[in-house]
Write a protein of this length. Structure first.
Length: 179
């Protein structure tokens, strides 16, 4: 079944269709929230709220205006931004959950695959302002087009591209300083 067919079923109270949608989109939404929030507890809370809103607001989604994944990421984005504004920058976890984010070596662990560079990059990304971190995450990690990412963030494509350029410049400077 397509997302549209599943959403029609959810609108009619079909819990199985809802569970299928949660299973299909859970990983993507939780990865996005984690990259913005930086810790597992808040990520779980935001992700749970996104899917609660999917269930309670299913009739608000308009298939002719956006893909379901875009709509869900917009909900996640808004919840994360609201949370960050209310609570300030969240302290990020020093380690990633291996199941969700792949096996990253521990600090100081010898490796040949660039794990230390990846860890430095993740730490540098976590220091970016929320709009730059979100723009970079949506386009480079979540795979959205610039147009879709701009819609999720409720900004123009030009503003999105500017945020990505600033993020890349900042990351280059931070990584160069660490070498």
């Amino acid at each position: 079944m397509t997302d549209e067919e599943l959403m029609q079923a959810v609108c009619m109270g079909d819990k199985e269709a809802y569970q299928i949608l949660v299973k299909q989109h859970l990983k993507s939404i939780s990865h996005y929230a984690y990259r913005l929030l930086g810790n597992q507890k808040d990520t779980e809370d935001i992700t749970q709220e996104v899917f609660l809103r999917l269930w309670t607001n299913a009739k608000k989604w308009k298939s002719d205006k956006s893909k379901l994944t875009t709509w869900l990421h917009r909900i996640a984005h808004n919840l994360c931004i609201d949370y960050l504004r209310k609570h300030g920058r969240v302290q990020t976890q020093k380690s990633f959950d291996e199941e969700d984010f792949g096996s990253l070596p521990k600090t100081g662990e010898a490796n040949d695959n660039g794990g230390d560079k990846l860890r430095l990059l993740q730490e540098a990304i976590s220091t970016l302002p929320e709009n730059q971190r979100s723009a970079l995450t949506l386009c480079h990690y979540q795979g959205f087009s610039n147009k879709e990412a701009a819609a999720i963030m409720n900004i123009s494509v030009k503003a999105l591209e500017s945020a990505i350029a600033r993020a890349k410049r900042s990351l280059r400077e931070q990584l160069a300083a660490n070498q």
